[in-house]
Every structure is written in C-alpha cells, then in structure tokens.
Design a protein around this ligand. Structure first.
Ligand SMILES: *Cc1c(COP(=O)(O)O)cnc(C)c1O
Ligand code: SF4
Length: 403
C-alpha cells in the first residue's frame, strides 16, 4: 500500500531519517507517519482503483490518468497563496516572490524547491510530484532587489521553498549575499527542515563550513539571521548531530526559531508537544509557531479539529517552563492573516472560540481579539461562524473570502 499510495503522493527519504524511525513500532511510529505514505491517506475507493490498475495486466496509461485524477481531487493548490500574493514591478509579475504582510517578503530560489525528505502532510506536495508550475521560483535575486528598492517598508526577507538548504553553499550565497546591499533589510530568515532531515548540512557536509560562513557574514553585516527550523516531533532533536547543528548555527550568532503544524498520527499529543518545545529550548532554540494543517493532500488523515487542537496546545503549554512559552498556536495561516485560537469561553450566550490576529494583511487588525461559535468539528476558519460586534466590521470585511 505504501508503494501504491506513493504513486499519488510524493515520497522521499534518506538514510538519516530512516534511522530516526523506530521500526519496532511501525506503522504507528510518528516519524514513519511523517515520511511514509500510509494506508488510509487515500479513500478506499481510490486505493482499490490503484490496486486494480497497477496489478498484472494493468494499463499504464490508465494508471497515470487515475493518479492524475486522484491528485486533482486532493486540493493540490490550497488557498491560492501563490496567485494571491505575487507582487509586481513595472507591470510585470515577479516570479519567486510573495508579499503578504507589510514588513515581510517571501523569496523562493529556483534551486531550493525540493527537500531532503518529504513530509506526507506537506501543503506544497503538488510541486514535488511535478504538478505545479515551477516558473514561480526565482533564478536569481535580481527582481527581488528591484522590488526591495521601491519597497523600503520590507525589513524582513524569508528565504523558503521547498527547502533552501538543499542548495550548495555557493548557490545559497548567490541568492542571499546581494541582499546585504539593501540597508532596508534588517532580517534574513531561512525556512528549512534540514536540521530535522539532514543536520549534517551544518556539521559534516563538505560545504557545511561555507554555509556557516555565509550566515556569519549576514550577522557581521549587522543583520539578524534567523533559521526557521521545522521540527515536528521531539525525536528529530534526539540525535547528537541535530543538536550539534543547532549549536553551530547559534555559535556564529544566528538565532534558531522552531515551527511545525499540528498533525494527527505525528504530534497530536500534549506530552509530545511539551517534550518537543522543551527539547527546542534545551538545544538553545526558540519555540515559535504551532500551525493548523491546511486542507490539501491527505487532509482527512492528518487534520485535527480546532477544538481538539486548542485543548492539546493548552495542555502542552501549561507544562512548559516560562522560557518555552514563546510558542504560539494553534495558528491558521489564512487568507486575511494568521489567526490564533486563544481558548474556549463559556458565556451566557453559549460557548465560543477566542480568536486573535497575529499577522494580517491589514496591520490595523493585528492583536485584535474576536470570537466564533464553538464547534467540535470545525478545522479551519471558513468552517467557523464568527460572532462579531458591529464595531468589528473591518474584521468581517477581512474575513470576506473566508466565509
Ligand atoms: C508567517 C508568515 C510570515 C511571517 O510572519 P511572522 O509573524 O513575522 O513570523 C510572512 N509571510 C507569510 C506568507 C507567512 O505565512
Ligand atoms: S520540509 Fe516543508 S516543504 Fe519540504 S516536504 Fe516538509 S513540509 Fe513540505
């Protein structure tokens, strides 16, 4: 079934990740669930069709058509992120850039659009099966520099993918170093899963020292270099090499922030999340975001309803030392902005979710609390019934496309 499911969903693993798996506990093992396509990710009907077409005498063309059809049914391009936030300059769309929040631009270098291993829950999975248009990615930072020149309000560039750390140090430098000419850029973030999937990138790869030298140059220029490390489970921090990677990154004066989505079968447990955030703190990294999974790929398999998510998050958070309470969640990165579920309130009018914008297209909304009717099953903003005072018309407007 793994082989069949991986005809539809991307699958990639390496020797390091294989060793993180507890093979005595498969298939439930969380790291196994994190990278190996599973029975149950596709609906029973689709599994049956695949099995029939890939058996003896199956027609290859028919199989390919079936795979394409199943993929198309798995919402391969959730929330139109790319189309919605692509900025333009001199009337031309700028490939490889996304500008959603005033101070931050996302930058997608063309050669950084794969990963060392693939997460089964990845919301960018379509690009790994060749189903997405990679022309969105930037071959060089030239257009980014043009854009930054006319947008001095952008202080923060987030280099992301895929995983930019699949690039050689030399390539990465070609994308990052030119940014140091821009006085308006104060912070460079690198979004990466490499510390979890290939920590050797910062320790023993032949250009590991060159990677650190690049980071060091960013810091020496007076800027903040933040490695936004994706850690899904505490086991990813259990190896010496992972902790050494973090120590080396911190050693040159960069900061490591950690984030992950909340995923059924992987980390939907308060004790696991407590351990994760404690392990991050112990490694000298900063717990940052716990995201709500988006509706894409095998979403029904992974989704955690908001009611359950907020309960798990809060139970985990209560057990943390104060310094690890930098983590925020569960957070939905939705069209109008990042919305956190702060808790559940019982009132005379009934039960409600307490919500708040952590980030918003409209900076005036940031920090504003609002509420929605409690629901056992809702797993995303568009499934919530907002309860807004008439004075919150701006929130209602921002939510427009969500409802
Ligand atoms: C999360 C996010 C950012 C960064 O937001 P911070 O709250 O500053 O970490 C920027 N752009 C997009 C599209 C994001 O989703
Ligand atoms: S590391 Fe990120 S981009 Fe890569 S497969 Fe995992 S979730 Fe997707």
């Amino acid at each position: 079934m793994i082989r069949l499911t991986s005809t539809v969903l991307p699958f990639r693993v390496n020797e390091y990740v294989l060793e993180l798996i507890d093979w005595d506990r498969i298939p439930q093992d969380p790291i196994f669930q994190l990278v190996f396509p599973q029975h149950g990710m596709l609906c029973a009907d689709d599994e049956r069709r695949l099995r029939r077409l890939s058996g003896d005498g199956g027609d290859r063309r028919e199989l390919a058509a079936c795979v394409a059809e199943i993929r198309a049914g798995l919402n391969p391009h959730p929330s139109g992120q790319r189309e919605l936030n692509v900025p333009s300059h001199d009337g031309a769309e700028l490939a490889g850039l996304q500008h959603k929040y005033r101070e931050t631009v996302l930058y997608f270098p063309q050669q950084g659009q794969t990963c060392h291993a693939y997460c089964t829950y990845c919301f960018r999975w379509a690009q790994f099966v060749g189903d997405a248009d990679l022309r969105f990615a930037a071959p060089s930072p030239d257009r980014l520099l043009d854009y930054l020149t006319v947008h001095p309000e952008v202080t923060d560039v987030l280099v992301t993918g895929g995983d930019p750390m699949v690039m050689t140090a030399q390539r990465l430098r070609a994308h990052v170093e030119p940014l140091l000419k821009m006085d308006s850029v104060h912070t460079i973030r690198i979004g990466t899963k490499s510390v979890a999937y290939w920590p050797h990138r910062f320790v023993s790869d032949k250009d590991a020292d060159d990677v650190l030298r690049l980071f060091e140059d960013v810091v020496a220029s007076g800027r903040t270099l933040a490695v936004m490390a994706h850690f899904s489970h505490p086991r990813e921090l259990s190896t010496d090499v992972a902790r050494r990677a973090i120590a080396r990154i911190r050693g040159i004066g960069a900061v490591v922030y950690c984030q992950a989505p909340l995923i059924a079968h992987v980390n939907d447990s308060a004790p696991v999340l407590t351990q994760l955030w404690q392990a991050e703190l112990a490694a000298g990294a900063v717990p940052y975001y716990l995201f709500v999974e988006r509706d894409t790929g095998p979403y029904d398999y992974f989704k955690v309803p908001l009611a359950q998510g907020v309960e798990i998050f809060q139970a985990a958070y209560r057990n943390l030392p104060g310094l690890a309470r930098t983590v925020r969640g569960p957070v939905m990165s939705a069209t109008p902005g990042k919305v956190v579920v702060d808790g559940v309130d019982d009132t005379a009018q009934g039960r409600f979710f307490r919500l708040r914008f952590l980030q918003a297209r409209d900076p005036g909304l940031v920090g504003r609390p609002f509420r929605a009717r409690y629901s056992e099953s809702a797993a995303w903003l568009d499934e919530l019934e907002l309860d807004l005072p008439t004075t919150a018309a701006d929130i209602a407007t921002a939510m427009g496309p969500q409802r």
